[in-house]
Design a protein around this ligand. Structure first.
Ligand code: NAD
Length: 543
């Protein structure tokens, strides 16, 4: 019973640990990596109160050390999708009725457990399973996920307080109900935080979830489920299945109780999902919410007034951190002819210095790409660039799959601003550069805006305020996250709400109040204290 308004203050972003030599966190993380590497785990699906093991075991290998076995996950079949939906619906009424402070308590406790007891295990699992270096794992699997959990509790509390006006004699109020049915969360490999958040944000609102993580993120998703169980999440609220993506979609989208999809992944998959939902629309008890954040072809544009060193440093971080496998990664850049020689020379020299290798060696800046499919796709682009008359690889370009899926950080220089690697998402450590005449700034803004179907992130570098204003205006629809004199990656929860438009998604800004609103279905209640007893209005009286 609610007999007070509870207060969840705005949290502070979780402090990023730096893992410098001799720090306590570096030693703890190395120990956690060693602990995970000496054992093999058998990862179950979580359906209702059951941990489900099957006869179909799929091995998990670090992408940078494919000879090592971290364990396996239990692949599910169609029946497991049906079972997960059933378990979710069975948990719904009790979970939806649980008062907010007790729901909030579970997610706040999970954030605390992750920030303390589980921090290094979670980072180590993300490093080994997804090939992230220590810093990339810390900002994702620890800090961003802790922030998602704490900030969403705060945002949802604010939404609950939002109430309509009530004139004298009446009381108007809004209840923020969860959706009627179950929400499907389908999540990508590249961020541990995104996987967990896509399941948790709707769950926090009182919804029940079927969560299908990417096969390549199951190793860290398992640590998150361990945390959620210790935090006291009731059985059936988040059901985790490792099933075929298209089959999972087919079954969920045909179910009358399907009430929403929370997706992050590629544009093509999201468009197939939207199609299937449209085809099945007559089957549903309620119109489903469709929330999807998808691909990007993120740009960096330097004006002739830019600081060359700032452009170079941010291109390297923006394009090559996590091997360019961030949806926000800088993958096309436009340099003015006056600065291009200096920037290209230092970009080539610094890129050559980037160390590539296993995550256990903390001096490596670059690790492996996620799997063979991704490796082969990127290698094919590099092979075509070697053959092309319009493109020249000025640094990198080599790849090797002997020990892991290693692709050298690569810069392609092109004479065609519409060359394929200027337009298509590669999802790897490949940056393509086009040099434009320094005085054609307005024309290049048009090129930047019209080159790709995506509109996720983009950055402008300039010391000239008129140029900055022109770029900000002309590129108004080119990116959902726009950066001035900074790289286009590294959005922080609460600081830069994240998401793009056009082919990049529905732009519902994960980790913000806007996203939480999508998982709620408000009910308005009007109460009249003294009801009328005569149907006639005063104007009905005779003069
Ligand atoms: P992906 O689309 O291959 O897979 C995402 C999820 O969808 C996985 O769980 C996968 O198993 C599932 N899936 C695949 N085909 C399916 C189908 N037909 N029906 C239902 N589910 C299906 O993406 P990925 O390779 O894991 O992640 C990389 C992509 O995600 C990139 O395009 C990247 O830009 C995008 N991404 C976007 C954001 C953002 O916020 N905009 C953030 C991270 C990643």
């Amino acid at each position: 019973m609610n007999n007070a308004y509870f207060y969840y203050p705005e949290p502070k972003n979780e402090t990023v640990l730096n893992y410098a030599p001799n720090s306590a966190e570096r030693a703890a993380l190395k120990e956690a990596i060693a602990q995970l590497k000496i054992k093999q785990i058998d990862i179950p699906m979580y359906i209702g109160a059951e941990k489900v093991f099957t006869n179909h075991k799929i091995q998990i290998h670090p992408p940078h050390e494919t000879s090592h076995v971290l364990g396996c996950f239990n692949m599910g079949e169609e029946q497991h999708v049906h079972d997960a939906i059933k378990a979710a619906l069975a948990a719904r009424s009790q979970w939806a009725a649980l008062s907010w402070e007790h729901r909030a308590g579970i997610f706040m406790r999970a954030a605390e457990l992750l920030a303390t007891k589980y921090r290094f295990k979670m980072n180590a699992a993300t490093m080994l399973g997804q090939s992230k270096n220590a810093f990339q794992a810390e900002i994702d699997a620890a800090c961003e996920l802790i922030d998602f959990l704490r900030f969403n509790v705060h945002f949802l509390s604010k939404i609950y307080q939002e109430q309509p006006i009530s004139p004298v004699g009446f009381n108007n109020r809004m209840e923020y109900r969860p959706l009627e049915g179950f929400v499907l969360a389908v999540t990508p490999f590249n961020f541990t935080a995104i996987g967990a958040n896509l399941a948790c944000a709707p769950a926090m609102c009182g919804n029940v979830i079927v969560w299908k993580p990417s096969d390549a993120q199951i190793y860290s998703a398992q640590v998150f489920m361990e945390i959620m169980q210790e935090a006291g999440l009731p059985d059936g609220v988040i059901n985790v299945i490792y099933t075929d993506g298209p089959k999972t979609g087919e079954i969920c989208f045909a179910h009358p109780d399907f009430s929403g999809i929370h997706f992050t992944g590629s544009t093509g998959v999201f468009q197939q999902m939207w199609n299937a939902i449209g085809t099945n629309i007559h089957k549903y008890k309620t119109y489903p919410r469709i929330v999807g954040e998808t691909g990007g072809k993120d740009f960096v544009l330097a004006h002739k007034s830019a600081l060359p060193d700032a452009v170079t440093a941010n291109l390297i971080r923006g394009a090559f951190e996590y091997q360019g496998q961030k949806c926000s990664a800088a993958s096309r850049a436009y340099l003015p002819s006056n600065l291009a020689p200096e920037i290209l020379a230092s970009l080539v020299a610094q890129t050559k210095d980037l160390k590539m290798g296993v995550v256990d060696d903390f001096t490596n800046f670059v690790n492996a790409v996620i799997n063979e499919r991704s490796f082969d796709k990127i290698a094919a682009y590099l092979d075509r660039a070697i053959q092309s008359k319009e493109a020249e690889i000025i640094v990198g370009g080599n790849y090797n799959k002997e020990k892991g899926w290693f692709i050298e950080p690569t810069v392609i220089l092109t004479t065609n601003p519409f060359y394929e690697t200027m337009c298509e998402e590669l999802f790897g450590p490949v940056l393509t550069i086009y040099v434009y005449p320094e005085n054609d700034f307005e024309a290049i803004l048009h090129t930047v805006d019209t080159t790709s179907a995506y509109a996720l992130t983009g950055a402008i570098f300039s010391q000239d305020r008129y140029a900055l204003e022109m770029a900000t205006n002309k590129l108004v629809n080119s990116a959902g996250n726009f950066y001035i004199n900074d790289k286009p990656t590294g959005a922080v929860v609460g600081q830069q709400p994240f998401g793009g438009a056009r082919a990049s998604g529905t732009n519902d800004k994960a980790g913000s109040m806007l996203n939480m609103l999508r998982w709620l279905s408000p009910r308005t209640i009007k109460e009249t204290f003294v009801p009328v007893t005569n149907y006639q209005y005063p104007f009905h009286q005779a003069d």
